[in-house]
Every structure is written in structure tokens, then in C-alpha cells.
Design a binder for this molecule. Sequence first.
Ligand SMILES: [Zn+2]
Length: 134
Amino acid sequence: MSFENKEARSHFLIFAYTSLDHPIEECYRDKVLSDIKNGKAEKGLEEKFTTALVGCSFLSKEKGKIDKATVDEWFLKKHNKISSCKAYEGTVIGLNGEGATVQTPQGQKIYKTKLKPNLKVGDSVKVHGDYVIE
Ligand SMILES: [Zn+2]
């Protein structure tokens, strides 16, 4: 099944590439994430993430296309049940050189802010693995 638009695909790929279940050198991870953010994600990149792609396709059965809300539903809800790495919605409660401290329903943790460098305390964010993704 295909994505509704470029934005939905990028959202999927950012969630996918911040997964701690996807072993990858940090410098390569950062390069791919920056390509995705800049709209330069290679064709077919999503095919590496079969479970997430099948999950999102299943959730999109009636819509016929994978949209951004479905990508959120997969990663923030379903994927947390089957994966050791988690995605949450949360609030930025602190910022320092290491990253952003984010309060989520599971507690506080410091997340990398490479994908969202201009955060402020009080911002609502989505986090996955070690990263603030949105
Ligand atoms: Zn994950």
C-alpha cells in the first residue's frame, strides 16, 4: 500500500529510522534522518521496515492509503506493544547541551534534538527511541 503523500512517507521513515530495533551506525542514522527531513529519502527505503509497513497498511485498509495519522497510530500505540523501543507523546520540561528532557506517560528521559533543534520548554512533542521526532 502506498502513502497518502510525501509528508506521510517522511513521517513513517523518521519513526522507522529512529527505532532502536533497527541497528545502524549513529552517523549513518543521522545522515539518513537528515536526508528524509530534506525530502531526499531514497526510493524504497520503507521496504526495509516490513512489520511497520504491514501494520500501517492493515490500519489503512479502509482508507486505501497510509496517512500521517495512521503512522502515528501505529508507532504511538501498536508498535509499543511489540517493540522494546517505545514512542510517546510528551512535553519538553528541560533543555541542555545533551538534548531535551521530555515528560511522557512513562516518566522523564533525555532525548536527542537533532531532528527538532529549536525546541522550547513547554512544547508538545513526539519521541521515539532516543529522539524527539516532532
Ligand atoms: Zn520503536
